[in-house]
Design a protein around this ligand. Structure first.
Ligand SMILES: Nc1ncnc2c1ncn2[C@@H]1O[C@H](COP(=O)(O)OP(=O)(O)OP(=O)(O)O)[C@@H](O)[C@H]1O
Ligand SMILES: [Mg+2]
Length: 598
């Protein structure tokens, strides 16, 4: 119940729907009381006329008409209410998923490092579906059931306090009987949810990696992983259901015993004249039986209701668990906008460790002067990409600071920081959609001329022109319909389009053929011109052309200097130069640096 109230409070913007539903529910519960009374009056009238009393025929007509009218009214109101309930469900679903999505977009990369995409989406779908289903059903049925029972009780109490008391005992008894099983039910449900999410997560991941799955002939194995998780869900559901229905049977028997007692009491009281002389009390007995029947229905349905509530409680727990995660990286209070004037980037004694991991960077210090190029070189896994991620504030430095034109990046808004930095990732992550949509990503208010100019500068225009629909060609999910070099050039065009003063370049390690390579290289040269650039270099030709090289070894700066200076030492760069002689050993060593040949 606490969870339901939490959801209602959380979605209180839907107040008109909640209030309208509440109003109609009360109306229907009141109208439901009319039937038993009309039946009572009818029986009373029949008995009276049967025993020689005078009752006008019109009286019967009127009672029947009222019965008819009440039926129509109930039907009308419950449909209007059902419509509002459906709207409420749909709106709630939209509201919850939108907020969930917005919140996920706010969470830092650290969260995504430890989650599987499919699990995130599966959890989202499941939790929101169970919550909104429940709220919708509450609006459409449950509360009405409950209120009808309460009204019925109140009326019954007027005729037979004892019967009302017996009925009143049922509610707490029933709730108590339910809570006995509820905890174990919830526990099993958590296991079921976890397995469901795991199965869906793997499902989505392998569909996303379908090329790898096929190339490694892993279809059967993937299918079996999925089957195993579904089996586990099935097994746990069976155990859960068995337990639940076993207890539900006990609950059902208890209910039946109590109703048996109630009916017996009503009949006994009637026979003993508690409702007056037997002839005149038949109507009252009919009324009491009707009311008891009316109170019985919701109680017997409540097993289903409790089931729904439990499901929603589990869903709401998952939902709020994510919603209550506070982003570990947030803008400082009163964070200003970053104004890049010259574009000088400086790392000052920066240290960093990934969450729960060991130290990756130690005391990194270097500066990139405005408009110059600085290359990071080092063996694979030494922390080059990590250094770049810190400038984007994808992660927070553990110690030290990074400044842009002297301003600590933690003191400005993340949005303004990232607006000033263009990035070309190691993997050119593109979106499904057209070429134009991809090049203009993040640039509202662009013109087609700008897109074409960016494509031209990125050496992409010619191949785009040759695509079936030119700039309007759909490139497939993550750009699958393009070649590696084409994707890279679109990624470069996208960065050019942004026209940022600072540039982060994680050179692709995949080697392209020499023509494509040169085209990409040309595009990069044009992109870097006049911008402060941090390159994670994987080509000797790139490294030779920068202003400063920073050699990274074991997460620390091992050497800093211009290519000419470092060539004269015995450091990393000098070693790389010496490795150019094409021997097998040299090639192997170059590979350790992920350096493509010259
Ligand atoms: N998201 C992450 N969570 C935890 N540890 C990570 C994460 N990303 C990288 N690491 C670890 O941090 C270290 C540095 O990784 P990084 O990606 O910065 O290396 P790199 O120098 O860019 O390597 P490469 O040249 O192969 O791209 C590695 O040991 C890696 O295992
Ligand atoms: Mg890297």
């Amino acid at each position: 119940m606490k969870d339901i109230l939490k959801i209602i409070r959380y979605s209180w913007v839907l107040k008109p729907y909640y209030l309208a539903t509440a109003l109609f529910v009360v109306l229907i519960a009141l109208l439901n009381q009319a039937n038993p009374f009309l039946l009572k009056f009818l029986v009373d009238a029949v008995v009276k006329r049967g025993s020689g009393g005078s009752v006008e025929t019109a009286h019967f007509g009127m009672l029947l008409a009222l019965l008819f009218a009440a039926g129509i009214m109930i039907s009308l109101i419950s449909n209007v209410q059902g419509y509002i309930g459906d709207q409420l469900g749909a709106k709630l679903r939209t509201l919850l998923s939108q907020r969930y999505y917005d919140h996920l977009l706010e969470l830092p990369l650290e969260y995504y490092d430890n989650e599987i995409t499919g699990v995130i989406t599966s959890r989202l779908d499941r939790s929101i579906a169970t919550i909104s289903d429940l709220v919708q059903m509450m609006a459409n049925n449950f509360i009405g059931f409950f209120l009808t029972s309460v009204f019925t009780l109140v009326i019954l109490a007027r005729y037979s306090p004892f019967v009302a008391l017996l009925l009143a005992v049922l509610f707490p008894l029933y709730i108590w009987l339910t809570t006995i099983t509820s905890r174990s039910w919830q526990k099993k449900q958590e296991g079921i949810n976890e397995q469901t999410d795991y199965g869906s997560g793997r499902f989505i991941e392998s569909i996303g990696n379908i090329r790898v799955v096929k190339a490694f002939v892993h279809e059967r194995r993937e299918s079996r992983i999925f089957a195993t998780s579904r089996d586990s869900v099935e097994r746990q559901t069976r155990a859960q259901s068995k337990e639940w229905h076993r207890y539900d049977f006990v609950r059902g028997v208890s209910l039946n015993i109590i109703f048996f007692a109630i009916y017996a009491v009503i009949i006994w009281q009637a026979l003993n004249g508690s409702f007056g002389p037997i002839q005149q009390s038949i109507g009252t007995v009919v009324l009491m039986l009707q009311l008891t029947l009316q109170a019985q229905f919701p109680l017997f349905a409540s097993s289903f209701i409790v089931d729904q509530i439990q499901r929603a409680a589990a869903g709401s727990k998952d939902f709020f668990e994510v919603m209550e995660l506070v982003p570990t990286i947030q803008d400082a209070d009163g964070a200003g906008e970053l104004e890049v004037t010259a574009g000088r980037v400086e790392y000052r004694a920066v240290s960093f460790a990934y969450k729960g991991g060991q130290q990756v960077l130690t005391d990194i210090t270097f500066a990139i002067e405005p408009g110059t190029k600085l290359a990071l070189v080092g063996e694979s896994g030494e922390g080059k990409t990590t250094i770049a991620n810190l400038l984007l504030r994808f992660y927070e430095t553990s110690e030290g600071q990074i400044t842009v034109d002297g301003t600590d990046i933690r003191t400005v808004s993340q949005v303004s920081l990232r607006r000033n930095i263009g990035v070309v990732f190691q993997e050119p992550a593109l979106f499904s959609g057209t070429v134009t949509e991809n090049i203009s990503y993040g640039q509202p208010g662009f013109t087609q001329e700008q897109v074409v100019a960016a494509a031209q500068a990125a050496n992409a225009h010619d191949f785009v022109e040759r695509l079936p629909q030119g700039y309007d060609t759909e490139i497939g999910e993550r750009g699958v319909k393009l070649s590696g070099g084409q994707k890279q050039r679109l990624a470069i065009a996208r960065a050019l389009m942004k026209n940022p003063p600072i540039l982060l370049l994680d050179e692709a390690t995949s080697s392209l053929d020499s023509k494509a390579e040169r085209e990409v290289q040309d595009a990069l040269e044009r992109l870097m011109r006049g911008r402060t650039t941090l390159i994670i270099a994987h080509r000797l030709s790139t490294i030779q052309n920068v202003d400063v090289i920073v050699g990274i070894r074991q997460g620390a700066v091992a050497e800093v200097g211009s290519p000419a200076e470092l060539a004269a030492t015995d450091g990393i760069y000098a070693e790389l130069l010496q490795l150019q002689a094409p021997t097998t050993a040299n090639k192997a060593k170059l590979k350790a640096y992920d350096i493509a040949g010259v």
